[in-house]
Design a binder for this molecule. Structure first.
Ligand SMILES: Cc1cc2nc3c(=O)[nH]c(=O)nc-3n(C[C@H](O)[C@H](O)[C@H](O)COP(=O)(O)OP(=O)(O)OC[C@H]3O[C@@H](n4cnc5c(N)ncnc54)[C@H](O)[C@@H]3O)c2cc1C
Length: 436
């Protein structure tokens, strides 16, 4: 029985980047991915911190050769296109001073292929197969049962299985982890496609650069994105509540085109040609959270355990950053530096959750208190806010950030209000009233 030190389930950005980190630590992983690259994927806007990690992995020149649009930040438009504000990307230099930085908005099909190919070129192995079920012995995951494209099944054994299966949440669906529960942005739907001939900015200032992301905030849970993904094509998506979609009684194509034209004039004027360059896709109920997602023989990273809300484009960043943390932990485990009894990866969960909770609060305040959000991010705590948006969300960096503390206070107030309302609804007198 051959045992692989690490099997990575999923060859998306999280899986490929984790493979490269493991290779740097002398560990050769086996990637189980069912699709050939390039394959379609949503999620084109990258954070500044993602670009930093990819450059550190030596991938900068290969990504630049793709000529993806350069993103310097995002312009947020308020309801009806008013009160727009700019959030520029920053990083901290050697003197710990914030300086502007940039990243890319990418075509995910070619971007994911580039990362996957780089992982294989550097030594990762790949088996094209669909994972059918985890192999579990006592309370440990010991591998995967797979099915290859010819229909044959096989068992693969591992010291550690890293679940990077994205929103397929493989181990959670097979009940290896704790519960999977809907997230706070549940009951929304995203409709998206790509257009050509869009009107992009083209000025001399950073906020007027053609590759920037544009975000259109219309109301709570009602927004749109405009993300240039190549010289010709722009990804456009509209997001709203499922109720709003149901009430409109339109097909997803009709609804998408209707919203592109009517949601807000500042989006419409950038889309003179509504010829769809690919079919309209829909993703409903995209937000969820999985509990207890590390254990003997396994770690879930990125979307495989949590997805919050795409508005600030942290999805790819979470996957690759958690992949880095996981690679360090796995290297320690395989060299005997971590206790093999109990859950050797238990410390990863509070670390991952701390970062995700920061982003959950950033997003939560945007939806619950949009004016306070704008005040904190663009004026009162601008510098620390930009640190959060640039990915400084883990450990002390996130914990002691004054913008983060302000955002947490606001969300704590909202949570207390919700709890009080729930308690009121459950008081016996109120139940009787409701029944009557
Ligand atoms: C509407 C919307 C908009 C978004 N916008 C952004 C954005 O602008 N920026 C951003 O960073 N993120 C965005 N995201 C999130 C982003 O798409 C994800 O966070 C990101 O793709 C996760 O990467 P990953 O590598 O973890 O998973 P994925 O990229 O999904 O890769 C998982 C891989 O696992 C493979 N796999 C799954 N199950 C199996 C199986 N059983 N057997 C074999 N292979 C399997 C799949 O084929 C896939 O290739 C958005 C998400 C949504 C819903």
């Amino acid at each position: 029985m051959k045992k692989h030190p690490v099997i990575i389930l999923g060859g998306g950005p999280a899986g490929s980047v984790t493979a490269m980190h493991l290779l740097q630590r002398g560990i050769t992983p086996l990637i189980v991915e069912r699709h050939d690259h390039p394959r379609y994927h949503v999620g084109e806007s990258l954070t500044g911190a993602t670009a930093v990690t990819l450059k550190e992995l030596g991938l900068g020149p290969a990504i630049e050769a793709q000529r993806y649009p350069i993103k310097h930040g995002a312009v947020f438009y308020g309801p009806e296109g008013k009160n727009d504000f700019w959030v520029g990307l920053v990083r901290r230099n050697e003197q710990n001073v914030q300086v502007p930085t940039s990243t890319w908005n990418v075509m995910r099909s070619t971007f994911d292929k580039l990362l996957f190919d780089a992982a294989l070129e550097r030594g990762a192995q790949w088996i094209k197969a669909r994972a059918l079920a985890p192999l579990v012995k006592d309370d440990a995951v010991i591998g995967l049962k797979i099915e290859t494209p010819d229909g044959a099944t096989d068992n693969l054994y591992s010291e550690v299985l890293i679940d990077a299966s994205g929103c397929a949440t493989f181990l959670a669906n097979h009940k290896v982890t704790g519960r999977k529960v809907p997230g706070s942005s549940d009951k929304q739907i995203a409709l998206f496609s790509q257009f050509a001939n869009t009107i992009r900015d083209n000025g001399s200032e950073l906020h007027e650069q053609p590759g920037n992301t544009l975000l259109y905030y219309q109301a709570k849970y009602y927004w749109a994105w405009f993300i240039p993904v190549s010289e010709e094509l722009t990804s456009v998506g509209v997001v709203f509540t499922s109720d709003y979609f149901k009430k409109a009684r339109m097909t997803k194509e009709q609804m998408f085109l209707h919203e592109c034209r009517h949601m807000t004039p500042v989006l419409s004027k950038r889309l003179p040609d509504l010829t769809l360059q690919e079919p309209v896709s829909a993703i409903p109920n995209f937000s969820y959270q999985v509990y207890n997602y590390t254990g003997k023989g396994f770690i879930c990273i990125g979307d495989a355990h949590r997805f919050i809300d795409p508005i600030f484009a942290y999805g790819v960043y979470f996957g690759i950053q958690e992949g880095l943390f996981a690679a360090d932990a796995v290297a320690q485990f395989l060299s005997g530096e971590r206790n093999a009894n109990g859950n050797p990866f238990a410390d990863l969960e509070p670390l991952f959750e701390e970062g995700s909770d920061v982003v959950e609060d950033v997003v939560g305040v945007l939806w619950e208190y949009p004016l306070a959000f704008q005040r904190i991010v663009t004026w009162r705590d601008k510098e620390p806010s930009l640190d959060l948006l640039s990915g400084l969300i883990y450990g002390e960096c996130g914990r002691n950030n004054v913008a983060r503390i302000a955002l947490r206070k606001l969300m704590a107030t909202k949570e207390a209000e919700r709890a009080a309302l729930q308690q009121r609804d459950h008081e016996p007198g109120n139940i009787e009233l409701a029944v009557a």
